[in-house]
Ligand binder design. Sequence first.
Ligand SMILES: Cc1cc2nc3c(=O)[nH]c(=O)nc-3n(C[C@H](O)[C@H](O)[C@H](O)COP(=O)(O)OP(=O)(O)OC[C@H]3O[C@@H](n4cnc5c(N)ncnc54)[C@H](O)[C@@H]3O)c2cc1C
Length: 420
Amino acid sequence: MSRSPATEPGPMDLGLSERVAGLRDQVAAMVAEEIAPAEEEFHTEVDKGDRWKHTRRQEEILEGLKAKAREKGLWNFWLTDSDRGFGLTTVEYAYLAEEMGKSSLAAEVFNCSAPDTGNMEVLERYGTGEHKKKWLEPLLEGKIRSAYLMTEPDVASSDATNIEMECVRDGDDYVLNGEKWWSSGAGDPRCAIYIVMVKTGGEDVPKHQRHSMILVPADADGIEVLRAMEVYGNDDAPHGHMHIRFANVRVPAENLLLGEGKGFEIAQGRLGPGRIHHCMRAIGQAERALELMCKRSLRREAFGKPIAHLGANYDIIANARMEIEMARLLCLKAAWMMDRGDARAAATWISQIKVVAPIMALKVIDEAVQMHGGAGVSQETPLARMWAGVRTLRLADGPDAVHRRQVARAELKKHTQEKI
Ligand SMILES: Cc1cc2nc3c(=O)[nH]c(=O)nc-3n(C[C@H](O)[C@H](O)[C@H](O)COP(=O)(O)OP(=O)(O)OC[C@H]3O[C@@H](n4cnc5c(N)ncnc54)[C@H](O)[C@@H]3O)c2cc1C
C-alpha cells in the first residue's frame, strides 16, 4: 500500500518556534494598534481625488507605517529558504502571515504582499544579476510594485496551457501582442514591472514547453491599460485588476526568464508559495471576523438578551472556531510539506488548503456579517470588503475545481498504473 510522505517517520513540528514567537507578537501588536485603525481612513481617501493615484494622506499613512515596520526590522519575512531576509521556514512564516491577514493594509506594510512576493521570488530564483539590480532590489526596498500577467480574456486561463499571448523573437528583441486581464496591482502608479506569461512555442512543442515568462516594464511602448476589472462593483483602486492590451510591445531578449519554454517550470515555483500565503492570510481574516462577531454579539441586545445568547448563535460561534482550527492545521501541514523541499509532494497539500481556506473563511465572515445585521454588509465594518476579497480567492491562483482535480488525481494515482 502507498503511503503519503507526510506519514513517513520523523517529527512534524507545526508549532510556533521561539524565534518567531517574538516576531509574531510584534507583528500582531502593530496590526492591532496601528495598521487596522488606519484602514478605514485609507480606503475612504480613494474617493477624494484621482482614484488611480495615492492621495497625499494615503501616502502618509502607508509610507509612515512602512517606515515604522522597517525601523523595527519587521520587513520581508516571506523570503523563505534564502540568504536574504530572515530565512524563516514556511511553517514559521505562516504564523506571521496569519496576523497580516487581519488588516487589508498589513501585508504591504511589512513588504509581504501579493503579487510582489511571488514576483520577487521569481526574480530571486530566475533573474540575472541585472534583473535583480533593476527590479528585485527596489521591490525588496518597497519602492516599486509589480504585477503578474497570465490570465487572458479570450481563453479559459484556469488551464494555463491555453495562454495565447504572442511573443516572437525579432533580432535582439521579443515582440509581444495580445491581451491580459485581471492583472492585479497593475493599476498602482508605483507598479513598474510586469512578469508576463507568453506563448513562444508552436504545436510541434510539448504542451508544457510552449510557454515562457518575460519581464516587461510597465511603461513600455505599446502597452495600453484598457480598464479596471471590478470585483462586485469595486475597482479596488488604486491597486486594481487591470485589463491590458499589448500592441507590438518590444523588450530586449535578455528579459526572457530562464529560457524559452520554461514558463511552467517557473510557474510551479511562483504559484506554490503565493497560493499558500493567501491561505495563511485568509485564516487571519477568519480570526478577525470571529473576533468581531463575538464582540458584537455580546454588546448588542435583542429580545432582552445579548444576541450571542439567542437562537443557534453558540453553535455558529463554536463552528467558526472549530473550522478555523481545522483549516489552520491543514495550512501548517501544507507549509511543512513545502519545507521538506519536495515541490511535487507539497503541491497536492497546497491544492487542498487552497480549496479549504477560502471556503472556510467565507463561511465565518458570512456568519459575522449576519450577526452584525445591516451594518455587516455596509462600510461600517471591514467584513463586506473582506468577504469580497476572499471570494475572489476561490478563482485567483486557480479555481477550486482545478485544485480538487489535482488532489483527486494524486489520490487515484495511488491505485492505478493507468495515465490519469
Ligand atoms: C480578484 C482577482 C484577481 C486576480 N489576479 C490575477 C493576477 O494578478 N494575474 C493573473 O494572471 N490572473 C489573475 N486572476 C485571474 C484568475 O487567476 C483566473 O480568473 C482563474 O485562473 C480562472 O481563469 P478564467 O477566469 O479564465 O476562468 P475559466 O478558465 O474560464 O474557468 C471558469 C470555471 O470553469 C470551471 N472549471 C475550470 N476547470 C475545471 C475543471 N478541471 N473541473 C471542473 N470545472 C472546471 C470552474 O468552475 C472555473 O471557475 C485574478 C482573478 C480575480 C478574480
